[in-house]
Design a protein around this ligand. Structure first.
Ligand SMILES: [Zn+2]
Length: 342
């Protein structure tokens, strides 16, 4: 096993959104933010592509994690980082949802593993996950990224620029190679509405609040610590909507707000304590859905609606400065309304 550097930086590199003084454990591949005693918010440090955040929860005898990163290599790096802060074994992986960038690292945590997810997540990860459309689109995107960096490198003559591009290229090539090892693991324990783990001196609630980013998002709520890991159901901004239920999403987030929480830990980006962000994102989804449906009912195509829908009144709250919306989000709204997606 590689030697892991363990450096404790007190209140040095604080994410802007987290106001309280916070300790961060730096490993070779992660910044482990100490969000409570024995609870770390694991964020990749850019050494390798992790793509999403994970939560590490220590119990008396073992460790539970929420989400496993994007590839087995990234999952293995998370396992190494966990070994810096505890020698207890990881026995349980909770899937916040089925998406590859949160779930395709699970195999790195071994065979003798409890994997818990919503029954929708189990269905999606059991049914040919390597041909999931969102995953396949990502493979194209990463191939394009490699080709783009290769082209920029070929065109660069400045030595410093070339060195930077070579580093970037090896980073993305390593990720594309790591994808080849992927063998997705489906949950072997499924949840329909809610489940609570009490083992090992820690209460961990897994709650399905309704459809949102996918059909099976779980909020992982630690009531004593007043924090919730939301996966992509709630980021600090609108999430990817290509598999989402935009019409229902705001109501689901309304139920999230009923939890007694002081800190939201999302699947991407910084944790945050300003819960008004949830209100802003709810308003965005409501306005996006209403605006797109208005255009659809006027006879516009999905492409036209994606170009025309105007959400710029969310500029102050969410920084939406351009006309239009994500094509995949708009297509999804059309497909659900037309009954050609479910
Ligand atoms: Zn997702």
């Amino acid at each position: 096993m590689r030697m892991l550097s363990c450096l404790i930086v007190a209140a040095a590199i604080l994410p802007a959104a987290l106001s309280q003084a916070q300790e961060i454990i730096e490993t070779d591949t992660h910044n482990l933010q100490v969000v409570a005693d024995g609870v770390w918010f694991a964020v990749g440090n850019g050494t390798l592509y992790t793509m999403s955040n994970a939560l590490v929860i220590e119990r008396d005898e073992d460790v539970v994690i929420v989400d496993s990163h994007v590839t087995p290599a990234a999952g293995a790096a998370l396992l190494d980082s966990i070994a810096v802060v505890t020698d207890k074994p990881v026995t349980t992986v909770i899937n916040s949802h089925f998406h590859y960038d949160h779930a395709y690292g699970t195999q790195a945590f071994g065979d003798d593993l409890q994997v818990i997810g919503h029954e929708y997540t189990r269905a999606r990860l059991s049914d040919d996950p390597l041909n999931d459309p969102t995953y396949l689109r990502s493979l194209d995107r990463f191939d394009n990224t490699v080709a783009d960096v290769e082209a920029r490198l070929a065109a660069a003559d400045d030595a410093e620029a070339r060195a930077g591009l070579e580093t970037e290229l090896s980073f993305w090539r390593a990720h594309v190679n790591a994808q080849q090892e992927t063998d997705p693991v489906a949950p072997n324990v499924s949840v329909s509405d809610r489940m609570t783990l009490y083992r090992g001196g820690r209460e961990i609630q897994l709650i399905w609040l309704g459809r949102a980013h996918t059909g099976g998002d779980l909020a992982v709520y630690l009531p004593a610590e007043k924090m919730v890991f939301t996966g992509d159901m709630m980021l600090g901004r609108p999430s990817y909507m290509g598999d989402g239920y935009v019409e229902e999403w705001s109501a689901t987030l309304g139920r999230l707000k009923e939890l007694d929480i002081e800190l939201v830990l999302p699947g991407h980006g910084d944790g945050f304590t300003d819960l008004r962000i949830i209100d802003y994102v709810q308003a965005y989804y409501n306005d996006l859905h209403a605006g797109v449906m208005r255009l659809k009912n006027q006879g516009y195509s999905a492409e036209e609606a994606a170009a025309r829908v105007d959400l710029r009144h969310h500029q102050d709250s969410l920084g939406i400065s351009e006309l239009g919306a994500d094509m995949l989000a708009v297509q999804r709204i059309y497909d659900l309304d037309d009954g050609v997606a479910e």
